[in-house]
Design a protein around this ligand. Sequence first.
Ligand code: GDP
Ligand code: MG
Length: 516
Amino acid sequence: MIRNFCIIAHIDHGKSTLSDRMLEITGTVEKRKMKEQLLDSMDLEREKGITIKLTPVRMHYKDVELNLIDTPGHVDFTYEVSRSLAAVEGAVLLVDATQGVQAQTIANLYLAMEQNLTIVPVLNKIDLPAADVPRRRAELVKLLGCREEDILLVSGKTGEGVAKLLDEVIARIPPPASQTAGGLRALIFDSKYDDYKGVVAYVRVVDGAVRPHERLRMSASGVTFEVMEAGALTPAYAPNASLAAGEIGYVATGLKSIEGCRVGDTIVREHGSAPALPGYKVVKPMVYAGVFPHEGHTYEELREAMLKLSLSDAALAYEPEYSPALGHGYRCGFLGMLHMEIVQERLRRECQLEVIMTVPSVSYRVFSMKGEVIDVHGPLEMPDQSHIMKTEEPWVRVDVVTPAEFIGGVMALCTDKRGVYKTTEYLDATRALIHYEMPLASIVIDFYDTLKSITSGYASLNYDWLEYREAEIARVDILVAEEPVEALAFLVFEKDAYRIGKSVVEKVSVRRGRDA
Ligand code: GDP
Ligand code: MG
């Protein structure tokens, strides 16, 4: 018997802690070997308390093979989450009983419902005095239309209720409906790079089986390879003679580049004709910034560091850029602001490299007078105004969950950031979910921090891609002693150009004043 599931939650609601308890209770990892948040494999993840890489883990409990995928709770990684959801039959919807449903709880729930997953609602952190079980239960009943008695109560910290949760996962989530016969199809939901095994794909086998030494092919990228090893993660590699339909595990490909092994792609036989699984897409970076070596470091060091990082981060895009002020560097594309922060941290920790990052920019679409369409990722790429017919900028749907007393403040902020109001829903009498449409550029800088400060830290935010819309975008050049300084240039909504330009000049003058 097999059950495949994942845990979805808003950030900090306790996914990783609960996974740890499951590993313990099932005897997958001995208690004395347990270090906190075992599935968060990067140091950075453990420290920041976020999950970036999805580590699938196999456990055995009461004769059932349980495959669990820990998903990242952050909006930057929505596509990765959607692919792990496509790899399982059910999801534990975990809600912190002291915080209640938050913006990313709802976003992840909708993703799970799109995949027709069985939802097991769970309130966590019931050991805390501030846990308000009756109120949070009512919230979940309203959101899911489930019965009160369907909602399980656990504490990932003390382990209370976790064994019962595993029983319910087995009872409520259906077994995989995969075919063992026919052609091979395996869904890639993540990958990592290993010095010995090359690119390792994390997969859900949907049809057929994967065995060592077989020749296989990635459907979308066309890359072929010979299986070095396949098996389960416990969470260490546990190689096996086969990884069969319905199972989740890893396939070591020996490939040297992660580029050919994309999340959402389907692994098939080298000459097989099985159609690819649905849902594959190439995720485009949302935010761009220039990355340059800091004083004391060279372009060569930066180049090596970027190569190294991109081995384990397929979403990181970069191309060379030259700035007269900062020298040779790269224009990098990130999935969002958190992804950008992670890259900067990893450059520092894993490559001992300090970098300068320029002001982040979204990707603008410029229609030239000649009829060309150009993606512009930064001020240096912006053509002269006289060549531009029109410019479009990315818009996103924004969902904010906030206590009702802050609704006025949140709406004022969104309006100030060029937001277009859509609707408001109430989660209960005291908390609201507000929907806006907004230019992505408005969210990239300061929005989250401002939102947190005007709501005393209570609001939560989620956004997703909407469309490109026409906008008047200006390139602002800052002149120092009448010379434009390219490193300070930025792209901005025309009406905000003066206000933001002024604040940059003020900041620069203060700094110069201090340096003097
Ligand atoms: P994730 O972001 O969803 O993976 O959340 P984590 O598992 O990293 O937990 C976030 C924080 O909540 C950590 O400080 C945990 O120690 C704490 N935490 C998680 N579960 C519980 C619980 O059941 N009770 C208490 N008191 N704290 C918890
Ligand atoms: Mg986590």
